[in-house]
Design a protein around this ligand. Sequence first.
Ligand code: CTP
Length: 440
Amino acid sequence: MKKVITYGTFDMLHQGHLNILKRAKALGDYLIVGITSDDFDSRRGKINVQQSMMERVEGVKETGLADQIIIEEYEGQKIDDINRFGVDIFAIGSDWQGKFDYLSEFCKVVYLERTKGISSTQIRSKNNHLKLGLVGKAKRLWKIANEAISINGLDIVGTSGAGYDRRLKKLDDYSFEELIEKVDAVFIESDIKNRYEQIKYSLERGKHVLCYLPMAIGRSQQHELLEIAKKNDCVLMSGIKTAYSTAYYRLLLMIKSGEIGDVASIETTCTSLDEVSKIKNYQKNDIWSAMDAWGATALMPIFQILGTDYVDSMIVSKKIDGYFDLFTKMDFVYKNAVATAKIGKGVKSEGEMIVSGTKGYAYVPSPWWKTDYFEIRYEDQNRNKRFFYELEGEGFKYELVNFLRAINHGRTLSYTGNDVLEEISNVYEKFYDGKDVRTI
Ligand code: CTP
């Protein structure tokens, strides 16, 4: 029996895929189709695949052409598969011409003609043409604008509040209302005091919103926004990019599955340092305080892992002008655990995250909020494990792709639960009210 193997993502199965599967099958008697796992695709930079691995597997299965379907999960797996399954022919489309010649040491390599004029990329951009607006200051928006360029199906149509800035390339700046008219969705990273009104305005006009946290001050305002989104069939998602990075998401899953036992403590630290002279003029220089810049990021893993039912909390803040906090430490006491978030704008520290458990601990080195790497460490060091998941750019791409996916699927993806969003807004309310806050 002659065995043939072929590989691909097979996203939104199209005629080109059908043709190649038929041609590959015709080369032998038994066809094995390797379908890339979501992880493998995102590691190799193919991050805007629309269908999940299971959906893609189903698509190939339905063609009835595959005798066996396998999942491709790692670099170098093709050699293992060829040997393991006793494959005679490796077949792939002509767009890969020459790329797999190295496999001819193990089996025959055949490049099959690619069908012209169709690809998953093309279908994706036709289906998901989304017009996105960016709201906020240029210095906070240019990175996301740059990373968005390479996402197909996403067009950035302009900014509001950014003014002209050469880092934003040729994007036009509009009034907020004008921008909302032009777009299907907005990314908001404006000053905290403006966000609630901006989000409400957008949602009421049927626009999807991706917004930095907090979205509003206080639980009830945040809750109201979530309700408005639901009523208007709009997606409202957290714009903190950390939540969408593979490494961070994996870390959460591992902790939740008991890898380090019961969690007893979480410590998160996020700081960035601005010059004292600039900070003194923070309003003119448009500098966010420690809480405005870092609070939500540092709080997010605490509420995601331990939940929001803490029994006690204390916030200590080192402020200037009674408003601008240079450094803030937030402590939370739960029934069986404690947590601390330390954030700084005029104080610098090691930006790491440590989650301690009864069996071991998770260590994410600085800067943990841009993480591609973490370790699970145990008493017996030989058991320590290291995990690395490549992060392209600063990770804005992943949040945009997930936002796009949520819009296409017609529902908000729960990377950051509503309870977490509401609790973060609640802490900001306490902070601004000065309730439970000690100032030093
Ligand atoms: N293929 C083909 N003809 C096309 C599109 C794909 O023969 N018009 C082949 C590829 O050469 C490959 C297999 O189908 O052997 C799976 O390709 P995949 O990367 O999943 O499909 P694309 O449509 O090329 O996807 P993308 O646009 O995301 O790169």
